[in-house]
Ligand binder design. Sequence first.
Ligand code: NDP
Length: 330
Amino acid sequence: TQQVRLAQRPTGLTDADTWDVTTEELPELGDGQILVKVAFISLDPAMRGWLNDVRSYVPPVGLGEVMRSLDIATVVETNHPDFAVGDTVSGLFGVTEYAISDGRGVQQVDLAVAPGPTWLGALGMPGMTAYFGLLEVGKLKAGETVVVSAAAGAVGSVVGQIAKAKGATVIGIAGGAQKCRLLTEELGFDAAIDYRDEDVLRRLRELAPKGIDIYFDNVGGEILDAALANLRRGARIVLCGAISAYNADTLPPGPSRYMSLLVHRASMTGFVVFDYADRYGEAVADIAKWLSEGKIKSREHVVEGGVARFGETLNLLFSGGNTGKLVLAL
Ligand code: NDP
């Protein structure tokens, strides 16, 4: 089996030196184990954080270890009572063609509901993040104004569409005219701001003259500051991610407009989607229903080419080269 191992901890963006592509024999299958063939690998901004030797909500990937990833795979051999040959499953099998697992944390995936890549996107971790971040952490109410950054991405595109389905006014912030058109013309957003070409702070003031009720922050940095400058009384900022800083060698200065939280009696709350793991079923049921009713469109950006293309594909997340959920197909 071919796999990608962490060769060297990167500074800044990852490059070819970060990874070792290796080919190894798999051991014999033991009792209670399954052998899976990986079909789709999820690429996530959080992966960049796992490469740093620091404490976070999950431990870093060790040097020489197979890169951690959530995959959709097919069971090809089984010594485990809960899994049959041919089952489609999801699990943290890593960036590898084949993996042996004891079945812990491995979930059955129903391809009758949606194809594999959607189970890594709208019905997977990004969808769960959008759902619980917006509804539980953000406490969205109908009629409110929601702003979301990285709006054409995996999490952001679902946040905006759920907010629309719940009766909010939705403004998306994304890089480039093409992504902005996708948001307003295909995904039902009320407006879009191209942060590469427009003054975000001024555009938010024009588009949300009464202020923002929820800012769902995926990027941090200057865009967070522009949102802080446009809050409405009682606003909630959902701190989901800060991708603008993930490749930085030194920490950027904090948001300069944070006193806006005081002025507007607003709050900013960080959250990690795994805290809602025992409620994923609820979110999957709702999102699957919205998908079947056409209220939500799932977008996946599938790159073909196998594990050897993992490194270059990962960097699409940081150049904005992906639209929707980025997935590597094997
Ligand atoms: P996306 O599919 O949104 O891909 C990342 C996007 O971020 C890119 O397409 C790009 O879009 C944008 N981007 C990249 N660099 C910058 C930058 N410097 N400034 C502004 N935008 C940038 O990824 P995900 O949907 O998987 O993740 C979105 C966010 O959600 C991340 O911050 C991630 O860490 C976070 N997250 C948090 C979770 C939690 O539990 N808290 C769980 C899952 C994800 P563009 O072309 O518009 O710039």
